[in-house]
Design a protein around this ligand. Structure first.
Ligand SMILES: Cc1cc2nc3c(=O)[nH]c(=O)nc-3n(C[C@H](O)[C@H](O)[C@H](O)COP(=O)(O)O)c2cc1C
Length: 250
């Protein structure tokens, strides 16, 4: 990340401090499964996070999301049990040494976090006028993911950790939360204040994966197209700058 210069690039850019704050939220956001504190989140703070989510882009301005706030401990235990079942099944399908590693990973904070949030996508909300979805009906699901990301980044700025739990049987989850057939539970999130944000992804720390080199992912003109060497050098220089501004973890 380049250190933002003190002058605005154009009239529409944020000032340097605001730009740095946006990048800081992006680069220091983490998927959080541990380090949750038991304290409740003020409604005023949760309201800001939900408002950020609600301002996500959506296909045809469909706003297909709903936000189910789950605080009840018994209900969360039931969902944690769903997770344990799903995790067992998933583990059986992971081969070799990775299965042993998988079994050691902490992959949810359903009961430790003070609240859970299920962000859903109501697939019928466009009322048969599918602007932007005629050829690609799944765009409503992608829109909902944009809302999740807005929530996640705003939460980081508020010092609140978010962990996404996808290791759940979707039908069983729908049943437990009374979600109707035409609504998809897109994200099940564990949400709460945390004692710390890890400097790097847990899955990296535990040897599951590494961040791929960005230049290897950039293509020119067509899929697989080589080129854009100058851009790739700029990308490398930018990553170097990130280290130079004292954030070697980025
Ligand atoms: C769609 C989606 C589903 C995920 N599901 C899980 C999950 O079930 N359990 C888990 O521990 N992390 C889950 N994660 C978090 C990823 O493991 C995490 O984003 C990734 O390892 C990078 O770490 P970071 O988010 O801290 O940068 C999920 C993330 C996404 C985007």
């Amino acid at each position: 990340m380049p250190a933002a210069s003190s002058h605005a690039i154009s009239d529409n850019s944020f000032d340097a401090a605001a730009r740095d704050a946006v990048y800081e939220a992006i680069f220091t956001r983490r998927d959080v499964r541990s380090h949750f504190l038991p304290e409740t989140i003020d409604d005023s703070v949760l309201a800001r996070l939900l408002l950020a989510a609600h301002h996500a882009p959506s296909v045809g301005y469909m706003q297909p999301w709903n936000f189910i706030v789950i605080r009840d401990a018994r209900r969360r235990e039931q969902i944690r049990d769903l997770f344990l079942d799903a995790r067992r099944q998933e583990a059986e399908n992971i081969e070799g040494d990775r299965q042993a590693l998988y079994r050691k990973l902490k992959l949810e904070g359903i009961c430790e976090s003070p609240l859970n949030l299920c962000i859903t996508c109501d697939r019928s909300r466009s009322k048969n006028s599918p602007l932007g979805r005629w050829h690609n009906p799944e765009m409503d699901l992608y829109s909902t993911v944009c809302a999740v990301q807005n929530f996640w980044l705003a939460a980081r700025a508020e010092g609140i950790g978010v962990g996404w739990v996808s290791i759940l049987d979707s039908d069983a989850l729908k049943c437990l939360l009374g979600i109707p057939g035409h609504v998809v539970p897109v994200a099940y999130l564990c949400v709460g204040r945390v004692s710390e944000f890890a400097p790097r992804p847990d899955l990296e720390t535990h040897g599951w994966g590494k961040r791929l080199p960005l230049p290897d992912l950039i293509m020119s003109e067509i899929f697989g197209g080589t080129g854009e060497q100058r851009l790739k050098r700029a990308v490398n220089a930018t990553q170097f700058s990130a280290a130079a501004v004292n954030r070697p973890e980025i």
